[in-house]
Design a protein around this ligand. Structure first.
Ligand SMILES: [Zn+2]
Length: 501
C-alpha cells in the first residue's frame, strides 16, 4: 500500500490490522489497492446509527448458561442466540488483550472500541505513550449525530467512559461526570448519583444544576424517566436527559425484582435502553449509543450465579429492545459483545456424593434447575450477615434467598469466612472472602463451577448486523471495532494530539 493510499485508508477509519470486508475480498482488486480504496470510500457512511451492546465480563459460559436456563424454563432461548439463525447476522471471536496485559480491564477494553488503540489497563482513551485519543462519541457529535450512554453501573464507570471521556485513571469519575457535560452526551442513564450530587461529590459542585442549565431533563426515579417528554427543544427535535437511579451501581436484577420499592424507583436496563432509543432516533443525522449490562461482571467477580444469570437475561431484554428498534430499518449497525471473560462459569457434570451414606447434591440437570428457586443474590445474603451470625441465621438467610439448605459443615465454613478466620483454608486464599466462599458452596448445589474471581483472557463472543458489519468474522481485535464503527458511519478520524509532557 502506498503511503498516500494508506493515509486515505486511515482517514476513512480502516486500518491495516482490520479483517478485510467480505465485499472487498471478493473483488478482483487486492486489498489496499486503489480499486479497493475506491470501493471502501463508496461504502463508507452507509450506517446512520450505531448501537453497541456490552455484557460486561461475560464469559462464553455465561451466555451458554443463560441460554440453557431460558430454554429449559421457557422453551425458547436468548434473543442474542436467536439472532444467529437470521440471515446477515455475523459472528466472530474477539481478542480482548490490552496494551499492558493479556487480561484486560474494562477501561482498556472500552477505550480500544472507543478510540481504536489498545491502551494500558486502567486508562480511558490515553495511550501508553501518554497521548489522549478522541473518543467515538466526540467524533459522532462533530458529525451532527446524537450520542448516548446507558449502563447498570454508575454511568461514569469505565465502560461507558471509554466511549466519551479521556482520563489517565478510570477512578477519576468525579472528573468524568464533568466531561460528559462538556462533551454534551445527549442521553446518560444509569447509576452514579454520587458523582453528580453536590452533597456527595468531593468538590461539592452541583453537577445536576449544571446539567439542568445546559438543557438536560433530570430523572432520579423510574417514574420520572418514563414520564419525561421525549421531544424537546434542546437538541434538534430530541431532548437531552440525565437519569441516575442509584448512588453507585444499579441493583442486581434479582434483588430489584424482589423489592417493591426498587421496582418502582429503578428502571430496568431494557427500559433505559428504550428511553434512550426514543430520544436519539429523533435526530435526522443519526446517533451512536452504547448500552452496558455492567453487573454481569460484578456477579462473576463474586462467583454469584443468581446475580450473573439474571443480569445476563436483563441484558438480553435490552438486546430485544434493540432488535425491535432496528426491525424494518437498514440504517443501523448493531454490535453485541463483551469486553472480556470473567471467572469462566461452567456447568459441570455431577455424580459425586457428599457423605458415606450416599447423600448427594443431585444430578447435573436438577442441580442447574435450582436456579428457578433463586430470589436474591449472594450479595443480598452477605449484606444481612456478619461475624456474629449464628449457623441457624446463616442457613435461614441462604434458604430464604435461593431455597438451598446448606449442610452444617458448609454453613460453618461460610461463618469462618464471615469471621475472617484464615485456617484451614490457605490453599484457597484468593477465594476466602465471604461472598466467594458462599459462591463456592452454592456451586455444590448448582453444579456450576468457576475458574477464579477475576477477568480472563478468553476470546469473547461478538455478533453484528446491519450496514458496515461485513468485516466482523473470524478472529478480530477489540480495537478493530472502532474502525468498523467509524467507517460504517463515515466519521473522520483525526490524528491524536501530541504527547502531553
Ligand atoms: Zn471486572
Amino acid at each position: 500500500m502506498s503511503l498516500l493510499n494508506r493515509r486515505s485508508f486511515l482517514r476513512t477509519g480502516l486500518i491495516g490490522s482490520l479483517t478485510i470486508p467480505a465485499s472487498l475480498r471478493l473483488a478482483s482488486a487486492a486489498p489496499g489497492s486503489q480499486e479497493a480504496d475506491r470501493r471502501l470510500a463508496r461504502e463508507a457512511g452507509r450506517a446512520k446509527n450505531v448501537i453497541f451492546l456490552v455484557s460486561d465480563g461475560m464469559s462464553l459460559g455465561t451466555l451458554t448458561l443463560a441460554e440453557r436456563h431460558l430454554r429449559r424454563q421457557e422453551g425458547q432461548g436468548t434473543h442474542w442466540l436467536q439472532l444467529y439463525s437470521r440471515p446477515g447476522v455475523r459472528r466472530a471471536l474477539m481478542d480482548t488483550s490490552s496494551a499492558s496485559s493479556l487480561v484486560t480491564d474494562s477501561a482498556a477494553a472500552s477505550s480500544a472500541w472507543g478510540c481504536g488503540v489498545k491502551v494500558a489497563n486502567g486508562a480511558i482513551n490515553y495511550a501508553a505513550d501518554g497521548r489522549p485519543y478522541d473518543p467515538i462519541l466526540r467524533l459522532a457529535r462533530a458529525a451532527g449525530k446524537s450520542t448516548g450512554l446507558v449502563s447498570t453501573a454508575q454511568i461514569t464507570h469505565a465502560t461507558p467512559a471509554g466511549f466519551a471521556a479521556q482520563a489517565t485513571a478510570r477512578s477519576e469519575e468525579t472528573e468524568i461526570a464533568v466531561q460528559y457535560l462538556e462533551e454534551e452526551v445527549d442521553v446518560l442513564l444509569g447509576g452514579g448519583v454520587k458523582f453528580f450530587d453536590p452533597a456527595l461529590r468531593k468538590d461539592k459542585r452541583d453537577l445536576y444544576a449544571d446539567f439542568a442549565r445546559a438543557g438536560y431533563q433530570l430523572a432520579r426515579t423510574r417514574e420520572q424517566l418514563l414520564a419525561a417528554p421525549v421531544e424537546g427543544s434542546t437538541l434538534g427535535s430530541a431532548s437531552r436527559i440525565l437519569g441516575t437511579f442509584a448512588d453507585g451501581h444499579v441493583p442486581y436484577t434479582l434483588d430489584h425484582r424482589a423489592d417493591a420499592t426498587l421496582r418502582t424507583e429503578v428502571p430496568t436496563l431494557a427500559e433505559m435502553s428504550r428511553a434512550a432509543l426514543h430520544r436519539l432516533a429523533l435526530n435526522p443525522r443519526g446517533f451512536v449509543l452504547q448500552i452496558e449490562g455492567a453487573r454481569v461482571d460484578h456477579a462473576a467477580h463474586a462467583n454469584d450465579l443468581g446475580g450473573l444469570i439474571f443480569d445476563q437475561l436483563a441484558f438480553d431484554d435490552a438486546v430485544a429492545e434493540v432488535v425491535r428498534f432496528v426491525e424494518g430499518r437498514d440504517d443501523t449497525l448493531v454490535i453485541i459483545t463483551s469486553d472480556h471473560g470473567n471467572a469462566n462459569p461452567g456447568l459441570n457434570g455431577t455424580g459425586g456424593s457428599f457423605d458415606s451414606r450416599g447423600g448427594s447434591y443431585g444430578d447435573t440437570q436438577s442441580c442447574f434447575d435450582r436456579l428457578v428457586q433463586f430470589k436474591q443474590t449472594n450479595s443480598w445474603i452477605v449484606a444481612g450477615l456478619d461475624k456474629d451470625s449464628s449457623l441457624a441465621q446463616i442457613r435461614d438467610r441462604v434458604r430464604e434467598a435461593n431455597g438451598i439448605a446448606l449442610l452444617e459443615d458448609e454453613a460453618d465454613l461460610f461463618r469462618r469466612a464471615l469471621r475472617k478466620d484464615p485456617s484451614p483454608r490457605e490453599a484457597y486464599r484468593v477465594r476466602n472472602t465471604p461472598i466467594v466462599t458462599l459462591g463456592q458452596l452454592i456451586a455444590n448445589y448448582t453444579s456450576v463451577g468457576w475458574t477464579g474471581t477475576q477477568h480472563t483472557t478468553d476470546y469473547t463472543e461478538l455478533a453484528a448486523f446491519g450496514p458496515g458489519s461485513e468485516p466482523i468474522q473470524g478472529l478480530v481485535q477489540n480495537n478493530d471495532l472502532f474502525h468498523v464503527m467509524t467507517h460504517a458511519l463515515g466519521l473522520a478520524v483525526p490524528q491524536p494530539a501530541k504527547k502531553v509532557a
